[in-house]
Design a protein around this ligand. Structure first.
Ligand SMILES: O=P(O)(O)OC[C@H](O)CO
Length: 201
C-alpha cells in the first residue's frame, strides 16, 4: 500500500511463536492430561479429582492471561485469534465430555454445547480466506460462564458444603448453556449483517 507521499513502511507483524500463543498451545496440551486425571479414578472424590479440578481452573484461567499479554505487548496475531477460542473449546469440551462420562452431566447438554462450539469453529475456518472472525464479547462472556459452571461441577463441593451446591451447579450450567446457544446464533447474525452484499438493482 502507498500513501500520497510514497511507500508506507509496513507495520512489523508479531511472530506467531510468541508468549501468548505458547500459553494458548500449552492450554490445548493440558486438556488430555486433565481428562485422564478426571477419569482415571472414576471421578471419585479424592486427590485425583481435586487435582483434575485444580488443573482445569489453572488452565482455563490462562485464557485471560494470554489475551491480556497479547494486547498489552502488541502481540496479537491472526493465529492467536484462531487458536485462543479453539484452546478454550478443547479444554471445556474435555471437561464436559468427562463429566458426562462420569454421569454427572446430561449428555444432551454436552452435545448442544459441543455442536455450537464445533460449528462456530468450522465456520471460522470456512470464512478464513475472506476474514478472521475473532471472539466476540458475548463469546468471551459465554466462556467465562462455562468456566465457572464447569469449575463448580468439577470440584466436589456438595460433599463439602452440602447438597444445595448441586443447585448452584445447575443454575450456572443453565446460564452457560443459554449463553452458548445465543452467542453462537449471534455470530452468524452479526456476520451476515456486516458482510451482506449491497442489494442489486
Ligand atoms: O464463542 P467463541 O467461539 O468466540 O469463543 C470465545 C472464546 O473462547 C473466548 O476466549
Amino acid at each position: 500500500m502507498t500513501s500520497a507521499g510514497g511507500a508506507l513502511t509496513p507495520a512489523s507483524k508479531p511472530s506467531n511463536l510468541n508468549v501468548p500463543n505458547v500459553i494458548t498451545i500449552v492450554r490445548i496440551l493440558l486438556a488430555p492430561v486433565f481428562l485422564i486425571m478426571l477419569l482415571v479414578d472414576n471421578g471419585q472424590d479424592g486427590p485425583l479429582r481435586w487435582a483434575a479440578a485444580a488443573l482445569f481452573i489453572v488452565a482455563i484461567a490462562t485464557d485471560g492471561i494470554d489475551g491480556h499479554i497479547a494486547r498489552k505487548y502488541d502481540l496479537v496475531t491472526d493465529l492467536g485469534k484462531l487458536l485462543d477460542p479453539i484452546a478454550d473449546k478443547v479444554l471445556t469440551g474435555a471437561a464436559l465430555v468427562g463429566l458426562s462420562i462420569l454421569g454427572e452431566l446430561w449428555w444432551w447438554v454436552t452435545i448442544v454445547i459441543l455442536v455450537r462450539e464445533i460449528g462456530i469453529t468450522v465456520w471460522r475456518f470456512l470464512v478464513l480466506s475472506d476474514r478472521v472472525v475473532p471472539a466476540s464479547r458475548g463469546g468471551k462472556l459465554k466462556t467465562l460462564f462455562q468456566s465457572f459452571a464447569i469449575s463448580f461441577a468439577l470440584v466436589p463441593l456438595p460433599n463439602v458444603l452440602g447438597d444445595w451446591m448441586y443447585w448452584v451447579n445447575w443454575v450456572l450450567m443453565a446460564i452457560a448453556l443459554v449463553l452458548t446457544v445465543v452467542t453462537g446464533i449471534d455470530y452468524i447474525v452479526q456476520d451476515q449483517r456486516l458482510n451482506r452484499r449491497p442489494a442489486q438493482r
